[in-house]
Design a protein around this ligand. Sequence first.
Ligand SMILES: Nc1ncnc2c1ncn2[C@@H]1O[C@H](COP(=O)(O)OP(=O)(O)OP(=O)(O)O)[C@@H](O)[C@H]1O
Ligand SMILES: [Mg+2]
Length: 266
Amino acid sequence: MKPPLHIATPWPRSPEAPAVLSIERLSKRFETNGAGSVSVLRDISFTARRGEMICILGRSGCGKSTLLNILAGFIAPSSGTVRLNGQPVSRPGPDRCVVFQDDALFPWLTVRENIAFGLKKRPMDRARKKSEVERFLSLVGLTDFGDYFPHEISGGMKQRVSIARVLILQPEVLLMDEPFAALDAQTREEMQNLLLTLWEKFKHTILFVTHDVGEAVLMADRILLFEKDPGGIREDIKIDLPRPREKDERRFFACYRKTMSIINRL
Ligand SMILES: Nc1ncnc2c1ncn2[C@@H]1O[C@H](COP(=O)(O)OP(=O)(O)OP(=O)(O)O)[C@@H](O)[C@H]1O
Ligand SMILES: [Mg+2]
């Protein structure tokens, strides 16, 4: 059996951890070209605590990306509020970074320059910026690929760059929209382990959208199960498996089956 790559440090993601993101009675309607409007999210409320890993599962079209776009400040909700550390969120900010399914790298910049990009306006001297970029290159295992362009590296490597370029900004919240969905099974597993390692190190609060129940059970402290038409939280499932988790362990499988049975009841 392969040793787990992510470290085992248990640390308290307790119910007492402070709330980082508070979402209250959030709803979203989209106007449809003269044909009225469609309700996509209705009355969503939940709290993400510091350092929590929350996975969001739900049928295609139930509004998962819409929710992440609202939390990122890219679009406004129709009603309800999003608060980050108690302050209302109404626009994008470096405290919330997004990693999408498709990499959003600048094709004309090298891997190193892509990772450095967000630091441009940070008040930090050049030497410090340079060492931070090398640190994050190394953390995602790309030290030897800093001078490559995005078209010269694989999909998995691109997602490593995508993760490094947001982590270097030290966001409080990481919003991840099916970040590993386009990767083969083996690369996906490597990326899951990498993310778990980085999460243990930096203790971000992460909202992670996935369609893969196994991925959610592997990663999550909690799974929010969304229903559709309109999208809302149907179940809030606590995953209290100890870490590191192994997919071939009996208790992992039991948890997977329990989660599947809840999904199948919807
Ligand atoms: N700008 C928009 N204008 C109108 N309708 C929209 C807009 N953006 C999203 N929608 C609609 O909102 C619904 C939810 O879309 P969303 O992309 O959030 O779903 P999702 O849960 O992320 O789906 P998937 O799992 O396929 O990624 C869909 O019916 C979509 O057509
Ligand atoms: Mg989506």
